[in-house]
Design a protein around this ligand. Structure first.
Ligand SMILES: [Fe+2]
Ligand SMILES: [Fe+2]
Length: 277
């Protein structure tokens, strides 16, 4: 086990209490300045941001609809309290992206219509993560919430791969870019609040996996297998499909992967799992 074993992590009750003092509302974010910014982007930039926003719209729809199984799998009331807050957070994120679509990108429509349109620009690796791996892991857990391997597998995919790697890399670079250029201030405000919510979610996943592996060391293999299986798709889904490249926005593709892998490895050291074993 790594030196992280001694590190103190907030437990679900602590994360629940943090949530109580960290409220915000998707409808309160001021988007008034964003339509003019959106219209002023050049075509290449707009295409890249459209790809990123489409990924976020679909990802939040997926992760808010593929979550209830984990609430059912709670081990006690404190964990259940925290997990209920995460479900509400994910719904708020989906609502914020849908509101941005309604008011800045497209005409007002139902969330399903925004998701369907957003899906047309997404790539196969994105679908492998969100439509296959996540859905299968959720279904397994929903059918038997007492299955430890299923819970560990689901949290690995959801909290480590999707939130702790893919989501974290995207928000780090995209928020950095928007803030540096003063672009889409309303979107950057909402996305910054979303990223703060995500820190709590990732903290829960790290806490849960550390406890689960400490209790039953054989579960480390489940964490490792899921990561090894999905990391190639994560790396691929960070590249926009077709001939657009993030370099057009001044973002270096190598730095993206490196940042994601470093963040993941830091967390794995805390959990006590090595990718190499
Ligand atoms: Fe989210
Ligand atoms: Fe989340």
């Amino acid at each position: 086990m790594g030196s992280g074993a001694a590190l103190s992590l907030k437990d679900p009750q602590g994360l629940y209490l943090d949530w109580e003092t960290a409220h915000w509302a998707a409808q309160d974010i001021d988007l008034a300045g964003d339509p003019a910014d959106w219209a002023a982007l050049d075509d290449g930039e707009r295409q890249l941001l459209q790809f990123a926003l489409s990924s976020l719209m679909v990802a939040e729809e997926r992760i808010s609809t593929q979550f209830c199984g984990l609430v059912l799998a709670q081990d006690d009331e404190e964990e259940g309290s925290y997990l209920a807050t995460q479900l509400v957070d994910e719904v708020r994120h989906m609502q914020f992206y849908a509101r941005f679509q309604n008011e800045v990108i497209a005409d007002p429509a139902a969330i399903a219509a925004h998701v369907e349109r957003a899906r047309t620009v997404l790539s196969d690796p994105f679908r492998r993560i969100f439509d296959e791996a996540l859905v299968e892991a959720h279904e397994r857990l929903r059918l038997d919430p007492s299955d430890r391997e299923a819970k560990v597998g689901f949290v690995t995919i959801y909290h480590m791969v999707i939130e702790g790697t893919l989501g974290l890399v995207t928000s780090h670079f995209l928020l950095g870019l928007l803030r540096e250029r003063g672009l889409l201030p309303g979107f950057a405000d909402g996305y910054g609040r979303i990223a703060a919510d995500e820190q709590r979610h990732i903290a829960y996943g790290t806490w849960f996996l550390r406890e689960a592996v400490a209790e039953e060391p054989a579960l480390a293999q489940v964490v490792r297998d899921r990561l090894i299986e999905l990391l190639p798709a994560v790396a691929e889904s960070l590249s926009p499909p077709g001939d657009v490249a993030f370099e057009a926005l001044g973002i270096d593709q190598g730095a993206l992967s490196e940042f994601g892998l470093n963040a993941l490895n830091r967390r794995l050291a805390i959990i006590g799992v090595s990718l190499q074993d």
